[in-house]
Ligand binder design. Structure first.
Ligand SMILES: [Ca+2]
Ligand SMILES: [Ca+2]
Ligand SMILES: [Ca+2]
Length: 231
């Protein structure tokens, strides 16, 4: 009797719908590509061969400011769907070219986006005029992650072609309301189109809601009651 009830409870718990919740696709880049992401500019999945070790797995995302496949700022900003004024405020000068990468995700109120990022730049021994920067976007809003002039850098063993890196950091964002949001990332040259800067990304995710994690506690509680009743 009890065991059947318990079994029914466990099966029921496992079958509980997660709700209107979708995860980020290919947020760990372990496909070895940037599939599932909408790209404006130059993006790729990279390995530790570039001189920076990804925080998880073999691959990390890479978007850059300089090179033949980058895009002009208006195209990148348009792709990310944010007001240009928000972006120009980050760089103390007009952004020229770079890359944006985005995808949409459906979340519940209170869900949290988390990701690991590292900004690497070749601008550190150039004029401060060239204030390259990186940011993330949530639908119509942009948030600065790092800039040439506004961040501190580890210059001990820079990846080839760059002067330094911020090193990996974890960023979070809590969605205030349920809905479908565009999650985006961008990186821009400022002042000219030379001297590369790149934003490295990994483990971009919206973890499962906390209610799912609590379910095993319910099972443990029920087991505890069962023992009490028998004793
Ligand atoms: Ca990875
Ligand atoms: Ca340099
Ligand atoms: Ca630059």
């Amino acid at each position: 009797m009890w065991s059947r009830t318990l079994l029914a409870f466990i099966v029921g718990a496992l079958a509980l719908p997660v709700g209107a919740h979708a995860s980020i696709n290919n947020g760990d880049f372990e496909t070895g590509t940037v599939s599932s992401w909408t790209v404006a500019g130059s993006a790729a999945a990279k390995t530790s061969a570039i001189g920076v070790t990804p925080p998880a797995g073999t691959y990390m995302g890479y978007i850059e400011t300089t090179g033949n496949f980058t895009a002009l700022a208006p195209a990148v900003i348009g792709s990310l769907g944010v007001p240009p004024s928000q972006i120009s405020a980050f760089g103390t000068g007009a952004p020229t070219n770079g890359t944006g990468m985005s995808q949409s995700v459906t979340v519940a109120a209170g869900d949290q986006l988390t990701f690991d990022w590292n900004f690497i730049t070749d601008e550190l021994n150039e004029s401060a005029t060239f204030n390259d920067f990186a940011f993330f976007t949530i639908s119509g809003s942009a948030y600065l992650l790092a800039s040439r002039n506004g961040s501190t850098y580890d210059t001990a063993s820079p990846p080839p072609g760059f002067d330094g890196q911020t090193d990996w950091a974890t960023q979070t964002y809590t969605f205030p309301a349920a809905g479908t949001y565009t999650v985006g990332f961008g990186v821009f040259n400022v002042g000219d189109a030379g001297h590369n800067s790149a934003l490295l990304l990994d483990s971009i995710a919206v973890p499962e809601p906390a209610t799912v994690a609590l379910l095993p506690l319910g099972v443990i509680t029920l087991l505890g009651r069962r023992r009490t009743n028998q004793g």
